[in-house]
Design a protein around this ligand. Structure first.
Ligand SMILES: *Cc1c(COP(=O)(O)O)cnc(C)c1O
Length: 438
């Protein structure tokens, strides 16, 4: 901190911090159309219980047998979360202790590899997450990579060539799943060839976990994948966190040790109540929610194409997930387009497309409709969003002119659907820690 800050300016700085949070909250929650594909909002009940005492506690150790005292209630919740996850995903083993999807991937890879082993994964430009590659977790674990071939026509893994790569290079692990994920990867087919050479398949479901729970996307655990990892906050609308699954009890034991003492110490246990509530909400409303997400994504893709955008995957029906992918290389590139949209309060992210070399100036924009779906938007609203985007990027209108219309439109969609509200339950006052301090 700069030495010029005296006590009175510290108070001013505190005010500034508070003002920034308040502005952020209103902007991102009430005034923007958020189309970031990896984000979501929790239900009001899940959010209410998020601010609890467990955020400051330690609970090292396996579920049901922690090394610290004072952990009995957190342990009960950890077990409830794991059981709910097993039920939702038809899994024999689930572990919600990883604090993020990346940590879940590190744990899974650490459990089943040795330094120097070969991992087959997609290039980042074909949708892989950084943790699948040398720049990320795979490199941190000192693993080597071989590329899974990609087919730009089918926007999917090139199965025939992938089979050859796996048979020839004999990786120890094949990673499926992606951050740009429009169509399900050929899980069974890849698992068959992987297993034939003694390799394991990890499916990273970070993006599609909520769609799998809602039964609109194939469940990797029912399609011969050995391990599934995920984030719990993308299409699965829970608190930020990670989870690992398997149906193979020989792997479960290794995963358990890899998570702790391997790659975690405390588990950010304050997530657990919110995670359990979200899992229950997904058991209750998940199918309806997931079906609407896919309908909305397909509608938005179609509406954008009608307005002159180059939308990937047209002959394939555009998408089978929450995502829509645009090629905006002719409209100034992903960075410029995303920033123009942000000026109008439409939040998307620039993204690499297959063939792109430079991550800073990619040709694509990645869109996800899951959060707006939770705020109650349906097919009609997707048309409106496509109109806004076309005004700015196709017609070249000033974003400042579109922004007030976006804010006005967003005002009709502030209630979160497919989950519990605070009023649905009684006597929950002390579930939120602030009520103890009053
Ligand atoms: C987002 C993402 C992750 C990382 O998840 P975090 O929870 O942000 O660490 C891992 N894999 C894929 C495919 C992702 O898209």
């Amino acid at each position: 901190m700069s030495p010029s800050i005296d006590d009175s300016s510290l108070i001013d700085l505190t005010r500034k911090v508070l003002e920034i949070v308040s502005t952020h909250n209103r902007w991102r929650r009430l005034e923007t159309i958020n189309l970031i594909a990896s984000e979501n909002v929790m239900s009001p009940l899940a959010e209410y219980v998020y601010l609890n005492d467990m955020m400051g506690r330690y609970a090292e150790g396996p579920t049901g047998n922690k090394y610290y005292q004072g952990t009995k209630y957190m342990d009960m919740l950890e077990k409830i979360c794991n059981d709910l996850m097993c039920r939702l995903f038809n899994a024999k083993y689930a572990d919600v202790r990883p604090v993020s999807g990346t940590v879940a991937n590190i744990a899974a890879l650490y459990a089943i590899t040795e330094a120097g082993d070969l991992v087959a994964s997609l290039p980042i430009s074909a949708g892989a997450h950084i943790s699948h590659r040398k720049v990320g977790a795979v490199g941190v674990l000192r693993l080597r990579t071989v590329d899974l071939p990609w087919d730009p026509e089918t926007l999917n893994i090139d199965l025939d060539r992938a089979v050859k790569v796996i048979e020839e290079k004999k990786p120890k692990v094949v990673i499926l799943g992606a951050s740009v994920y429009l169509f399900p990867h050929p899980m069974k087919e890849i698992a068959d060839v992987a297993h034939s050479i003694g390799a394991l398949v990890v499916h990273d479901s970070a993006h599609v976990l909520g769609l799998i729970a809602g039964k609109v996307f194939p469940n990797p655990l029912e399609n011969e994948c050995d391990i599934m990892t995920a984030s719990t906050h993308k299409t699965f609308p829970g608190p930020q966190g990670g989870v690992v699954f398997t149906n193979r009890m020989d792997l479960a034991e290794k995963l358990d040790k890899a998570v702790f003492p391997g790659v975690t110490s405390n588990y950010h246990q304050h997530r657990y109540p919110s995670l359990a509530i979200t899992a229950i909400e997904m058991l209750k409303y998940g199918e309806e929610y997931a079906r609407q997400i896919v309908r909305n994504a397909q509608k938005l893709a179609e509406a954008l194409a009608e307005r002159g955008f180059k939308v990937l995957g047209e002959p394939l029906g555009y998408t089978r997930t929450h995502q829509v992918l645009l090629d905006v290389s002719k409209l100034g590139g992903g960075a410029k387009c995303a920033s123009l949209l942000e000026e109008a309060n439409i939040i998307v992210n620039k993204n690499m497309l297959p063939g792109d070399k430079a991550p800073d100036n990619p040709s694509g924009i990645r869109i996800g409709v899951q959060e707006m779906t939770r705020f109650g938007m349906k097919e009609n609203e997707m048309e409106t969003i496509a109109d806004f985007m076309a005004k700015i990027l196709i017609e070249g209108r000033d974003p400042a002119e579109v922004k007030p219309k976006v804010v006005e439109f967003r005002k009709e969609f502030t209630k979160i659907h497919y989950g519990f509200s605070i009023k649905d339950f009684e006597n929950i006052k002390y579930c939120n820690i602030i009520s103890l301090l009053e």
